[in-house]
Design a protein around this ligand. Structure first.
Ligand SMILES: Nc1nc2c(ncn2[C@@H]2O[C@H](COP(=O)(O)OP(=O)(O)OP(=O)(O)O)[C@@H](O)[C@H]2O)c(=O)[nH]1
Ligand SMILES: [Mg+2]
Ligand SMILES: [Zn+2]
Length: 301
């Protein structure tokens, strides 16, 4: 029997929704795949076989991944894979409601960089506040920024064009407007969105798990639940500097090859900060993340 291939769109308990050439089917992990695979995630390309006894297909194998976006929940143990085979990440932040947290944006950008997935930033809710400083900050760091508003429609076309033909993930704090933006890009999606006040009261997200959605314009996008904290893991502290694109031109010229760009003599990054080529608060984000990585135990607990 020849297994056919599909792309995992969503997981509901132990059942996966998988897109195949003949439509969307439901499948479960069985046998060898269950033993060998730590986790099947949204975006995974899986091999499927029909199961004679049940209406569900069996996932009998997972194709090698080209990329895996994962993150660590600080209170949790180990890492949580979010999506496989994505080729770009959009960090979505609001200009207001909720107030943007530049440090959190930097963390999410570092997660993308460390996973070697190109990242861009969507600065949403520009109808509430133009967020000029925020837009500038991200552009100066070297990122493409899409100022956007689902109320005025600003930036939606440019964002939609950037999604077309790609497999993209949107990530960012709860309430930033990720699901709202995706609904606006493709109105038929009808993703659930929520009022901020209701979220705060309930203390939970409107979007509860990652889901991959086919786009009419070609490609897929993955909506993820927002979160307030993201832990870093598995990044060599000595390589964190390369996760800040605007640091890269300076990295080879520090006096010490293993410079951590704190207060070492002859540090070009530090000079870049003093001279204004690197934004000070980006460097400060770097220092916070560096300390976190240096303090992190090699293995979890
Ligand atoms: N004024 C304004 N409100 C917006 C905009 N985009 C989204 N909102 C509102 O912000 C609230 C949160 O939007 P969601 O799309 O649910 O946010 P989310 O990022 O998907 O949140 P989680 O699923 O919890 O992670 C909703 O009430 C939206 O109507 C915008 O551009 N301008
Ligand atoms: Mg959402
Ligand atoms: Zn240095």
């Amino acid at each position: 029997m020849t297994a056919r291939l599909g792309t995992v769109l969503e997981r509901d308990g132990s059942v996966y929704r998988v897109a195949t050439g003949e439509g969307v089917i439901r499948a479960v992990l069985t046998g060898k795949a269950k033993r060998d695979t730590t986790r099947v995630v949204v975006g995974d390309r899986v091999r499927l076989e029909p199961d004679a006894e049940s209406r569900l297909h069996s996932i009998v194998g997972v194709e090698p991944r080209t990329a895996l976006l994962e993150r660590r929940v600080p209170e949790g143990r180990g890492t949580r894979p979010v999506a496989a085979n994505v080729d770009q990440v959009f960090v979505v932040t609001a200009t207001r409601d909720p107030a943007p947290i530049p440090q959190l944006i930097d963390r999410l950008l570092v997660v993308a960089e460390a996973n070697e997935i190109p990242a861009a930033v969507v600065v949403n809710k520009v109808d509430l506040d133009p967020g000029v400083g925020l837009v500038e900050r991200c552009r100066r760091a070297g990122y493409t920024v899409y100022p956007a508003s689902i109320r005025t429609g600003e930036g939606i076309e440019a964002f939609a064009a950037a999604l077309a033909g790609h497999v993209s993930v949107v990530t960012g704090p709860s309430g930033a407007g990720k699901s709202s933006l995706l609904n606006r890009v493709q109105p038929g999606l009808a993703l659930r969105t929520g009022e901020i006040s209701a979220k705060v009261r309930r203390g939970r997200n409107t979007t509860v798990s990652a889901v991959m959605l086919p786009l009419d314009a070609g490609g897929y996008l993955v909506d993820t639940p927002g979160f307030s904290e993201v832990g870093l893991w598995g990044i060599d502290p000595g390589e964190l500097d390369t996760c800040f694109p605007e640091f890269r031109p300076f990295l080879n010229d520090c006096r010490y090859a293993d410079c951590r760009h704190r207060s070492e003599p002859g540090c070009r990054v530090r000079e870049g900060v003093e001279g204004g080529a690197i934004a000070r608060d980006r460097w400060e984000s770097y220092l916070v993340l560096l300390a976190e990585l240096e303090g992190a135990p090699e293995e979890w607990e």
